[in-house]
Design a protein around this ligand. Structure first.
Ligand SMILES: [Zn+2]
Length: 215
């Protein structure tokens, strides 16, 4: 019985030994295979990188040096006055202003300058006429597109405008005339309602862009 057991143990031990060798061999083979695979992969990657560096075929991700909308600053864009006149409305995007005509409180994201009907309204900056529309509320409205996607919007004009859509306009060019056309700010009398938008459609205070100190 004891002998038999010994023999069995011996057999088992041998079996384990054999298997251990086998396991060790398999582990070795896997390790070598992994090393070869990793080396090969690294080499491939290295070659690809080398090609990119040498040939510059794949341009690296290019980041715009500056956001064009950020260039729209008071220093770079200087408006001339549309005409000399009394300010009858200032820019207010965080406070509500009472609109007596519409009988409501609202923000006023524009600059209003009073003038007699018929007063010529000049373009405040070089650009291109983007649209000319007419509505009951805003009268005839001319939108001029400037560099960097900036826009100036001239509302409450007469329908007899001096420009056409697509026309290039220079600072100082007459684009239209003041008229008692729109109804949305009638309580202020005839005036120009001037808005300035940046490329993102945000309304900016026009006054900050005027080059004249007479604001
Ligand atoms: Zn206004």
């Amino acid at each position: 019985m004891e002998k038999q057991s010994k023999a069995k143990n011996q057999k088992f031990s041998n079996f384990i030994k054999k298997n251990l060798y086998l396991i060790l061999m398999i582990v070795c083979v896997i390790a070598i295979a992994t090393m070869v695979a990793v080396t090969y992969a690294l080499k491939q990657k290295g070659e690809v990188n080398a090609v990119n560096v040498a040939g510059k075929e794949e341009p690296q991700e290019q980041t715009e040096p500056t956001d064009p909308t950020e260039q729209t600053s008071a220093e770079e864009v200087l408006f001339s006055l549309p005409f000399e006149g009394e300010t009858v409305g200032v820019f207010a995007n965080d406070t509500l202003v009472y609109n007596a005509t519409l009988n409501q409180w609202a923000t006023h994201e524009a600059y209003d300058v009073a003038a007699e009907a018929g007063t010529e309204v000049k373009c405040v900056y070089d650009g291109k006429v983007e649209s000319i529309t007419t509505s009951v509320l805003r009268g005839t409205e001319v939108v001029v597109l400037h560099k960097n996607g900036m826009k100036t919007i001239y509302s409450l004009l007469g329908s007899d405008v001096n420009v056409t859509v697509g026309a290039e306009v220079k600072k100082g060019d007459v684009i239209g005339k003041i008229a008692e056309s729109g109804t949305f700010e009638r309580h202020k009398g005839p005036h120009l309602h001037l808005e300035v938008w940046n490329a993102d459609g945000e309304k900016l205070d026009p006054v900050q862009f005027f080059e004249s100190t007479d604001k």
